[in-house]
Design a protein around this ligand. Structure first.
Ligand code: ATP
Ligand code: MG
Length: 604
């Protein structure tokens, strides 16, 4: 399983002591009830509301003038927003919604670039007990229409530009959409507005609405089981699903922020994910604010020089990013990392796709701290398996289940279904064997349903477990290793092959920038392994490199797992959240229809 040496746990002799200093002790003493008690709850027993835990409780205490958001806009000067300011403006927004006749449980969609308006909208709508759905700003009109229609959007918050180009053409197809509020993305104080939103018919100007609304708001009784967030999955394996989450999810966000991300009150934290994906909300908005830290809100996309610049100039201490981003930094060269002072960086974690062992080692050398892989998904709402500051890292492993999370690997039958005992309990796989990664319900941020998909929701549970659709194996010490998605697994000559393992070996070859691996039908073996590879500058895609790669992979993986075919492709299809879309590679290869394209990198 492990081809790379263990990386010893972080040292904290003279530095910040991690919130969790011993994994076994914390796991033994942890309970969700106790985690819930570490939150405040609404005053006078009015329940539990995410917005209160994120903002109002800090604003009411000594943290009022602490910076909550450090916004680095694409153009213009940076703006700081304190917890007090965020509480005030989000209350104005909650009052504005009230004045518009928007009520509890109404769906509020937010289609915005990463600016403080986005935070104010999400937090204000949660205060007003609406169900909030942040959408990725790069979506085109059709994916926006689909999600708004499926989610029964009552309110949309967006910008004049996005409205004009993406929403206006589909507005008549959304009869349930009552209010469109437009916010200019510039900051009100520092930049002139490019246009007044009220000039656009059928829309309201968000700035005017806020100015006219009172700046205090009493959050009404919020049952922890009230719906709070609607998140669409990345659409890697099929059309995106809308997962519903409740206010109680804050308990998971807060606990994982403390334990898995090791957030301390003085941290400067940066989550690079867009809130249109669950990571960008759970860990870009909710968890850091719940811990009262300062969050960097960077509006632009990836740019190696700029990102190193942000880490250095903002003195980022905890960084949550993606394996793709680290691979891109790696490709930009370690010298660029050395040109920046990253000495304040204390903890780095990633999510979303497998974190190759080579990237963990590179991060340790170039950034000064190893990247800690974390595993979770839209449906789980929060981190489930992770590498922790107090634990040795086995590069390539996702780590161990979070305290309070009961995770396992379930054995599967020949058809790929989990094996059930006669009494209906699922059979756990032995250490070292592949099976379905499963979590025991219920943890607080477990999704409570798919939009319009009751049957689909029920089908996610079997034998007393939530089935994640991912395959994994566990080693003798309880570390989990990602194998692949059950939909992507290749069955060749009676063996199950996880594409990730093949891809990560190919990516260790200096000529390979990225790889996507699928199974293609074969009359003898059932399926054979085929790899699509993009090459690094300085290497030539051709027969020489192909032969070299075939030999390289065979030597590392053995004949069964090594690709039998290699094709070069400098434009591997990605989701807009950066994952290689194997289902598109498969449909291209087999000449099948492409299916849902709404979340591909280049848009539908
Ligand atoms: P869809 O469900 O629509 O196909 P998706 O599963 O990619 O899309 P997300 O919920 O955004 O949508 O992603 C969660 C998935 O991402 C996980 O189920 C897993 O397959 C993958 N993933 C997340 N973290 C990791 C990780 N650390 N290692 C490997 N894979 C990961
Ligand atoms: Mg999924």
């Amino acid at each position: 399983m492990a081809r790379f040496a263990t990386i010893r746990k972080l040292r904290w002799d003279n530095a910040c002591v991690p919130n969790m200093t011993d994994y076994a002790t914390e796991r033994a003493r942890f309970s969700w009830d106790e985690a819930r008690r570490s939150l405040d709850g609404l005053p006078n027993g009015r329940g539990l509301n995410i917005a209160h835990e994120m903002v109002d409780r800090h604003a009411a205490g000594g943290h009022r003038s602490h910076v909550a958001l450090r916004c680095l806009p694409r153009h213009g000067a940076r703006t700081d927003l304190t917890y007090g300011e965020l509480a005030r403006r989000s209350s104005q927004f909650a009052n504005a919604l009230d004045r518009l006749g928007v009520t509890r449980s109404d769906r509020v969609f937010v289609l915005m670039p990463r600016t403080w308006w986005l935070y104010v909208s999400v937090i204000g709508a949660l205060k007003h007990r609406c169900v909030v759905s942040p959408l990725f700003e790069a979506f085109g009109p059709e994916p926006i229409r689909e999600r708004l229609a499926l989610g029964g959007a009552r309110v949309l918050v967006t910008t004049p530009d996005l409205y004009r180009h993406r929403v206006a053409p589909i507005r008549t197809l959304l009869p349930e959409l009552r209010h469109v509020l437009l916010a200019t993305t510039s900051t009100p104080a520092s930049a002139p507005r490019r246009e007044t939103a009220t000039e656009i018919p059928g829309t309201l100007d968000m700035a005017l609405l806020l100015e006219a609304a009172p700046d205090s708001y009493v959050i009404g009784h919020t049952d922890p089981e009230d719906l709070a967030l609607l998140h669409f999955t990345s659409g890697t394996t099929g059309p995106p699903k809308g997962a519903l989450h409740v206010h109680d999810a804050i308990v998971s966000h807060h606990a994982t922020g403390r334990i898995a991300l090791d957030l301390h009150p003085d941290d400067v934290y940066w989550c690079t994910a867009d809130p249109g994906w669950v990571t960008g909300t759970s860990y870009g908005i909710v968890a850091p604010l719940a811990h009262g830290v300062t969050s960097v809100v960077h509006e632009g996309g990836f740019d190696a020089e700029r990102w190193y610049g942000v880490l250095e100039s903002e003195g980022v201490t905890v960084w949550y990013t993606s394996p793709t981003a680290l691979r891109m930094l790696m490709a930009a060269g370690s010298e660029m990392a050395r040109d920046h002072d990253l000495s304040r960086l204390r903890f780095v974690a990633t999510v979303g796709e497998p974190l190759g062992p080579d990237v963990v080692v590179w991060s340790s050398d170039a950034l000064g701290v190893p990247a800690h892989d974390t595993w979770w998904q839209t449906e789980t709402g929060a981190i489930m398996v992770a590498n922790y500051a107090c634990m040795d890292i086995r590069p390539g492993s996702m780590g161990r289940p979070h305290p309070g999370v009961d995770a396992t690997v379930l054995a599967r039958d020949d058809q790929g279904h989990v094996l059930l005992d006669p009494d209906g309990t699922a059979v756990e796989a032995e250490a070292g064997l592949d099976g379905e990664l499963a979590i025991r319900p219920s943890w607080p941020s477990m999704f409570r349903g798919y939009l319009g998909g009751d049957e689909r929701y029920q089908a996610c549970f079997s034998g007393g477990w939530y089935l994640t659709g991912d395959l994994a194996r566990r080693d003798a010490e309880g570390y989990f290793w990602f194998v692949g998605r059950s939909d992507d697994v290749i069955e060749s000559a009676g063996h199950l092959i996880g594409p990730f393992e093949v891809e990560s070996v190919l990516m260790e070859h200096p000529g390979v920038a990225e790889a996507g691996v699928i199974g293609v039908p074969d009359p003898v073996a059932g399926e054979i392994v085929k790899a699509f590879v993009s090459v690094r500058p300085g290497y030539e895609a051709g027969d020489d490199l192909r032969l070299d790669l075939l030999g390289f992979a065979r030597k590392r993986l053995g004949a069964t797992m090594a690709p039998r075919e290699i094709a070069f492709d400098q434009h591997l299809p990605h989701t807009s959240s950066g994952k290689v879309m194997r289902r598109l590679l498969r449909s291209r290869e087999l000449g099948r229809p492409r299916g849902d394209m709404s979340t591909t990198e280049d848009g539908p």
